[in-house]
Design a protein around this ligand. Structure first.
Ligand code: UDP
Length: 486
C-alpha cells in the first residue's frame, strides 16, 4: 500500500567505494522518513547476500527500504576487477545497452506502481552516466553523488582542458618516465602549489586519444555540471578553497561529509545494517585489537580495488615486520596479482606471530575507531582518507590510481596528517623507516596532533548546526520538494 512518504531512488556504481557512501546517504534519508529504493547490480546482489552479517535475505524485515536489481551488462565470468574497468565503461556507455534499458523499465515501473510511494527524485552516482540521461527523459529530478574528494573532482574537471592544451593524450610513452609527470599544473586554479601533472587522475597517462576510461570520466564529470544538485562527501573546513572553484561552474553543491560521522547517530539506532560489504568480514580482529596497548597498531588496508604485485606485497610485508611494531593487515583474496604470496611462508609467519594479524576483510569504520590503532597505511581511496581524518588517525600514503594521488598530496601537504610514499615500487627499508618515523619521532606526534584537530572539525561539521549537518537538511528539503513532512 502506497504511503505519502517521499521516495528517493539511489543508484550507486557497483564498487565498494561507491556503494558505501551511497548506502550511508540512503540510511540518513531513511532516518528522515524517506522511502528508499536502492538499485544494485545482479552480480553484487549475490555477493551482498553471501557476505552480509544481517539475517538472510540481507534486508528482509526493514521497513520502507527496498532493493531493485539491474544487470551491469558484463558476462557472469567477468571478474569486475580493476583490470575490467574499461569493459564496464563500454557497457554503461552503450546507447540502448542492457543496463540503460533495464534502468528505464525499472524507473517506469516504479513511477507507475500503486504499491509504493510516488517517486520524488533519483540520486545517481555521477559515474553511472546512463542513469541521469534516462531520468531527464522521464522527467524525474536527478541529483549526482560524486564520491571523490573535491580536490579529486577538480582534477577530473580538467580532462577537457587537458585535451585543449594538447596535454592529452601523452605524446609518447617516454612521458611516463622523463619527468613530464612532474610538470607543475599552476594553470589549474585553486590547487596547492605542490600539485603536479602526476597528481591529476592517472587515467590521463596514455598515448591513446580514445582511451575509454578517460573519455567516460570526462563525460561523467561534464554531466555532473547539469544537475539538480551535486552531493559531495567532504566538508567545508577541509576543502573550502577547492569548493569555491567548483562552485564557479556548478550550482547547488551539498557538502555533507564525512558521511561516516553524519550517519553515526543513525547506526546507533540499528534500523539498518551498519554496512554493505561485498566481502565477508573476518571477525577476529576486534578482540585482537582489544589486547593491544593504546595507539600501538599499524592498520594496513589498500581498499577494495587496488592490487599489488607479489614483489610489492613482499616489500610491504618485510617492511612491516622489520619495524617491530604490531600491525593489522587486510589482504583481500584478490589483492595480489598471481600466485606467489609471502604471507603463506612459514618463516614470515614465525617472524610476525606475536604482533601481526592478517585478515581478508574487516569493517574499517570499527578498526579506525579503535583506541589501539595508531596509524593507517592506505592507498588513499577517498572513503579511507576521509574515514581516517574523521577518526583522527594519521596516514602513511601509498596512492594506487585514479584521484588517489591528489588525495595523498592533500593529506600530506595541505592537511598535514600524512607522510607520502612514492607510488609504484615499494622498498622494505622505506616502509620500515616511515612506520618508525610515525610511531617513534616528533614528526609522528605532529601528525597525530593535526589529525586530532581535523577529527574535531569533522565532528563540528556533522553535529547539529555544523556545515554538513545544515547542508544535509537543505538537501533533504530539495530532494523531497519543499513543504513535505520530512
Ligand atoms: N572497506 C572496509 N573493509 C575493508 C576494506 C575497505 O570496510 O577491509 C571499506 C572502507 O571503509 C571504505 C571502502 O571500503 O569505505 C573503500 O573505499 P575507498 O574509497 O577507500 O577505496 P576503494 O576501495 O574505492 O579503492
Amino acid at each position: 500500500m502506497a504511503t505519502n512518504k517521499p521516495h528517493v531512488i539511489c543508484v550507486p556504481i557497483p564498487y565498494q567505494g561507491h556503494i558505501n557512501p551511497m548506502f550511508k546517504l540512503a540510511k540518513l534519508l531513511h532516518s528522515r522518513g524517506v522511502y528508499i529504493t536502492m538499485v544494485v547490480t545482479e552480480f553484487n546482489v549475490a555477493r551482498l547476500a553471501s557476505s552480509s552479517t544481517v539475517e538472510s535475505p540481507f534486508l528482509e524485515g526493514f521497513n520502507d527500504f527496498s532493493i531493485e536489481v539491474i544487470p551491469d551488462g558484463l558476462p557472469p565470468d567477468n571478474k569486475r576487477s580493476v583490470f575490467n574497468l574499461h569493459e564496464l565503461c563500454y557497457s554503461f556507455r552503450g546507447i540502448q545497452g542492457e543496463p540503460q534499458m533495464a534502468i528505464r523499465s525499472l524507473l517506469m515501473r516504479l513511477l507507475e506502481s500503486p504499491d509504493i510511494p510516488p517517486v520524488t527524485s533519483v540520486i545517481s552516482d555521477a559515474m553511472m552516466t546512463f542513469v541521469p540521461q534516462v531520468c531527464i527523459e522521464l522527467g524525474i529530478p536527478v541529483f549526482h553523488l560524486y564520491t571523490t574528494s573535491a580536490c579529486g573532482m577538480l582534477g577530473y574537471m580538467q580532462f577537457d582542458e587537458l585535451v585543449k592544451r594538447g596535454d592529452f593524450p601523452l605524446k609518447d610513452e617516454s612521458c611516463l618516465t622523463n619527468g613530464y609527470l612532474d610538470t607543475s599544473i599552476e594553470w589549474v586554479p585553486g590547487l596547492i602549489k605542490e600539485a603536479r601533472m602526476k597528481h591529476l587522475p592517472t587515467f590521463l597517462r596514455t598515448t591513446d586519444p580514445n582511451e575509454i576510461i578517460f573519455n567516460y570520466l570526462a563525460e561523467a564529470t561534464r554531466n555532473a555540471k547539469v544537475t539538480a544538485g551535486l552531493i559531495l562527501n567532504t566538508f567545508d573546513d577541509l576543502e573550502g578553497q577547492i569548493l569555491k572553484e567548483i562552485e564557479k561552474v556548478i550550482a547547488n553543491i551539498y557538502t555533507i561529509g564525512p558521511l561516516t560521522k553524519l550517519s553515526q547517530p543513525v547506526n546507533e539506532r540499528k534500523l539498518l545494517p551498519l554496512s554493505w560489504s561485498l566481502w565477508k568480514e573476518d571477525n577476529s580482529y576486534l578482540e585482537w585489537l582489544d589486547k593491544r596497548s593504546p595507539k600501538s597498531v599499524i592498520y594496513v588496508n589498500f581498499g577494495s580495488i587496488a592490487v599489488l604485485t607479489p614483489e610489492q606485497l613482499k616489500e610491504f610485508a618485510w617492511g612491516l615486520a622489520n619495524s617491530k611494531h604490531p600491525f593489522l593487515w587486510v589482504i583481500r583474496s584478490d589483492l595480489v596479482i598471481g600466485e606467489s604470496n609471502i604471507i603463506t611462508e612459514d618463516c614470515y609467519m614465525e617472524e610476525i606471530k606475536d604482533r601481526g594479524l592478517i585478515l581478508s576483510w574487516c569493517l574499517q569504520e570499527k578498526v579506525l575507531q579503535h583506541p589501539s590503532v595508531a596509524v593507517f597505511l592506505t592507498h588513499c581511496g577517498w572513503n579511507s582518507t576521509l574515514e581516517s581524518i574523521g577518526e583522527g588517525v594519521p596516514m602513511i600514503c601509498w596512492p594506487f590510481f585514479a584521484e588517489q594521488q591528489m588525495n595523498g598530496l592533500y593529506a600530506c601537504k595541505e592537511w598535514r596528517v600524512g607522510v607520502e610514499m612514492e607510488e609504484g615500487s615499494v622498498q622494505r627499508k622505506e616502509v620500515e623507516g616511515l612506520v618508525r618515523d610515525v610511531m617513534e619521532s616528533e614528526k609522528g606526534k605532529e601528525l597525530k596532533g593535526k589529525a586530532m584537530e581535523w577529527k574535531k572539525k569533522a565532528e563540528e561539521a556533522t553535529r547539529p548546526g555544523g556545515s554538513s549537518y545544515n547542508n544535509f537538511d537543505k538537501l533533504v528539503r530539495n530532494l523531497v520538494g519543499k513543504g513535505n513532512h520530512c
